[in-house]
Design a protein around this ligand. Structure first.
Ligand code: ADP
Ligand code: MG
Length: 701
């Protein structure tokens, strides 16, 4: 196909080996295509002067001529800022500075006209610009500013700038590439798609994304390139799903036998929710088809995924297969082991726990029993996928809290059998629909969208430091009622020492406030040995301690229904999904539970928004949508490590509609032409093999 696309960038005029090196190191640009797909991150609109009335946050950087009517420095320490108002004949706009406040205040004069240049935003529904450039209005200034172009701005680095690869430098290279090779840039979408969706041809799109003729052309170019990017991903995902269902046979669990029935009728301690039943049905159908199941089970924390997984395990056993459950941490694996053992461990089925800290001698026994088939269910951590672990007949692998595992590890499990086992992936971090469609577009998705009956929504409050006494009060009240309390501290690699110190200080304060013998405290953090951690955890689980002070090791999956208070220290430092996970540790019993988010007064805008969101809603899906908005998909947990998602231009938060449209189109294409054999679809074969397109294909299993 496009040979030229893969040409190393070093061959481009103006790029020597030194520049090629930094381009690769700092921007990951290796080929001509990479350079073309190094899209500008913003544009500067100097094509005209905008009227205040016409300004909205959708616009790029724009310029305005307006008169200053007001200026004042307001706010206390951390929120101190300079606010100014400017006015033209159409309206008023607010300008705000958080830095260089004094200096800026001095150069602004009320009554004077200015040329104001910045990125429009809005505050309380009114037009606003933060940190605009301002310059006194004059005819000369007007001439200088009105140079009538829409200019692309590229991200660059200090290093790149040393090699004169700032915005101008990158522009020069892109211009050369487009001048010399535009004939070689081939279309990659079928003509009928271009026509149906009125898409700009590819070369034109590349030209306009880097050198927009005007705002409308830029808009079309963006649309076309987003379309192409999303299309390519969906084409690959859906194609993969198709091949997999054709290629990978799966065990058929045709029998619903004694294990399942006995459990359902005599051992299940509660009624399944409708959602749990529905998911069981979906799994049942999957495992009847003779095709390998690959199902993602999404359900909010506490929605009861474990029991669904267990019943799926029992189905496997009924059909003569073994099963395994893999969890990301030792604590979580152990927790699963205990709760499953409590339900079926009395000789009903044979269960074992395998983690890094299981002794060699015990390991040998487990290996032996796995191979001769006497062990039905193995629960554990990564230790499960070591080569020494050999099953006699693995029929089902359940993977809990999937985002912690690399996809490579998922793939390893598959190879544990001749027939790949059915795979049920469970995640308690709800993923927005669009993200699921992109990340797991090749999996089938089940959702448990209701909590077991009788749960009261957790009451969440945001407390500032000066409300600590109230926090102690709540703790004491709940402990007096026989409940238990979690206190969680952040622990981040970069500031590990400081974080541990915080925790230690916290423990000290707690022990003073909650002295022995009336109160007992467990402390758990990552520096403890696995055995000590387990010991402390168990003290809390058994109700021997009232308070558990911990770092985020307890984040996933720990289940202590008697705990009714979750206190999160430095809550502003946690991401939304983490906060939601942590909160999910309480509210598992019938009583009212509480979550207190402790923070200092100094909060960033996003930090505040995160805490507000937590106070406002308990709905994990809603939270995940806001998370996606705040952070962008690249930062959503799991996507970074997996490196699967590398969107260059489309945005999963704002381009949801386009994604749906594209996905439907691709589904239709495969429906009509599964092998892409029609002449008009030939072009798509290139896309399937192309290296780029937002997806490192080999990483998806
Ligand atoms: P998660 O989905 O977060 O993994 P768990 O499977 O740990 O949730 O379940 C949370 C708690 O709810 C457990 O104590 C479990 O026994 C209980 N549970 C699960 N399903 C139901 C149900 N249908 N009715 C009542 N309690 C349930
Ligand atoms: Mg769980």
């Amino acid at each position: 196909m496009n040979q030229i696309f893969n040409t190393p960038v070093v061959y481009l005029k103006g790029v020597g080996t030194a520049r090629a090196d930094v381009l690769k190191k700092d921007l990951g640009i290796e080929s001509y295509e990479d350079l073309l797909r190094h899209y500008p991150y913003k544009y500067i609109d100097r094509t005209k002067f905008y009227k205040i009335r016409d300004i909205n946050p959708e616009l790029p950087h724009v310029q305005v001529i307006a008169r200053l009517t007001y200026k004042e420095i307001i706010g206390e320490k951390n929120t101190r800022r300079l606010v100014a108002h400017v006015q033209d004949d159409t309206g008023v706009m607010e300008l705000v500075w958080f830095q260089a406040i004094k200096w800026t205040e001095k150069i602004l004069a009320v009554g004077k006209a200015y040329i104001i240049f910045g990125k429009p935003g809005s505050f309380n529904g009114k037009a606003q610009m933060a940190h605009p450039e301002v310059e006194p209005y004059s005819t000369e200034a007007l001439k200088r500013k009105g140079n009538l172009t829409l200019q692309a701005v590229y991200s660059s680095t200090e290093k790149l700038k040393q090699f004169t690869l700032d915005t101008k430098g990158i522009q020069r290279l892109t211009a050369t590439l487009l001048e010399q090779h535009s004939r070689d840039i081939q279309e990659n979408l079928p003509l009928y798609i271009l026509q149906k969706y009125k898409l700009m041809p590819r070369v034109e799109a590349f030209r306009n994304i880097h050198f927009p003729e005007n705002a409308a052309a830029l808009h079309e170019a963006e649309h076309r390139l987003k379309f192409e990017e999303l299309f390519s991903i969906q084409l690959k995902l859906l194609r993969n799903k198709m091949t997999r269902t054709q290629k990978f046979k799966g065990a058929i669990f045709e029998k619903v036998g004694d294990y399942f029935n006995e459990f359902y009728e005599h051992r299940l301690p509660f009624q399944l929710t409708t959602a749990q039943k529905k998911v069981l049905k979906e799994i049942r159908q999957d495992t009847l088809r003779g095709v390998q199941m690959n199902r993602l089970l999404q359900g909010d924390v506490g929605s009861g995924k474990t029991v669904v997984a267990l019943m799926n395990v029992l189905l496997a056993l009924d059909n003569g297969y073994q099963a395994c459950i893999m969890a990301p941490t030792e604590i979580l694996a152990t927790q699963h082991y205990h709760s499953i053992k409590a339900l079926v461990g009395d000789g009903f089925i044979e269960v074992a726990l395998l983690t890094g800290s299981v002794k060699q001698k015990d390991r040998k026994v487990i290996h032996q029993k796995l191979e001769d088939g006497t062990l039905n269910l193995l629960i554990g951590t990564h230790a499960l996928i070591e080569d020494k672990v050999v099953f006699k007949n693995l029929g089902l692998a359940v993977i809990d809290e999937q985002h912690r595992f690399g996809v490579e590890q998922r793939a390893k499990l598959w190879r544990k059998n001749i027939l790949p086992p059915h795979v049920l992936v469970m995640t308690a971090t709800p993923i927005p629909r669009t993200l699921a469609m992109t990340l797991y577009g090749d999996l089938d998705v089940s959702v448990i969208n209701e909590l077991p009956a009788g749960r009261k929504p957790i009451e969440t409050r945001h407390f500032y430091e000066n409300q600590r006494l109230a926090m102690f009060g709540l703790m004491k009240r709940e402990i007096a009622l026989g409940r238990q309390v979690y206190v969680v501290y952040p622990l981040i690699k970069e500031s590990e020492k400081l974080d541990l110190k915080n925790l230690e200080d916290g423990v000290e304060v707690m022990s003073r406030e909650f002295p022995l013998p009336q109160y007992r405290i467990s402390v758990v953090h990552g520096k403890l040995s696995a055995a000590d951690k387990e010991f402390e955890m168990q003290r809390f689980v058994k109700g021997e301690t009232h308070i558990m002070v911990a770092t985020t090791v307890i984040e996933v999956g720990v289940n202590v229904p008697n705990a009714s208070v979750m206190i999160i220290e430095n809550a502003e430092r946690f991401g939304l999904s983490q906060l939601h996970q942590l909160r999910g540790r309480v509210g598992r019993g019938a009583e009212q539970s509480f979550c207190l988010l402790m923070s200092g007064h100094k909060l960033s805008r996003d930090g505040k928004k995160r805490l507000d969101t937590m106070v406002m809603t308990n709905d994990g899906f809603k939270i995940s949508e806001i998370d996606l908005e705040l952070r962008g998909p690249g930062d959503i947990e799991g996507t970074q490590q997996s490196g699967v998602l590398d969107l260059k231009i489309a945005n999963l938060a704002t381009d949801q509609q386009l994604l749906m449209l594209v996905r439907d189109e691709v589904i239709e294409i495969f429906y009509k032409d599964p092998q892409l054999a029609l002449p008009e679809n030939q072009i798509l074969h290139h896309m399937l093999t192309a290296k780029n397109g937002g997806l490192s294909w080999d990483k998806i299993s």
